[in-house]
Design a protein around this ligand. Structure first.
Ligand SMILES: [Zn+2]
Length: 123
């Protein structure tokens, strides 16, 4: 296959180091639980998927009620709701995979789900 280039020339070392560092950083970023998402379901139907590493507010309407979901600092919670029982409103924000907030009057649930590779680590 032609002439193999020398493995590494001396002046290429810094570049190689940078690539290695970038690769390490990328690995660390993907290894951290950044793949977690909050899945919103209404009547059992998945309506929204919110990445937990992205701060945002989402308003959903169902069964005559309005619910405001907030993603903040890696947690998802119900900020406002006009449902009669207010259980969802009183549920503290959730961060861990498998946790969920349920609003019965709205038939709405918010569940933290992780990236596939985290299924083995988190339960
Ligand atoms: Zn509720």
């Amino acid at each position: 296959m032609g002439q193999a280039p020398p493995l590494l020339r001396r002046k290429e070392w810094p570049i190689c180091l940078v690539i290695l560092l970038l690769a390490a950083a990328l690995f660390l970023l993907t290894a951290l639980p950044h793949g977690q998402t909050a899945v919103v379901r209404i009547d059992g139907e998945k309506t929204h998927t919110l990445p937990l590493n992205q701060e945002q507010t989402l308003t959903v309407n169902a069964h005559g009620h309005t619910l405001t979901i907030q993603v903040r600092q890696g947690a998802v919670g119900v900020r406002e709701s006009d449902c009669p029982d207010g259980i969802c409103r009183n549920t503290p924000p959730i961060t861990r995979q498998g946790q969920s907030i349920v609003c019965l009057p709205m038939a709405c649930s918010i569940t933290v789900e992780g990236a596939a590779e985290y299924d083995a680590v988190t339960y």
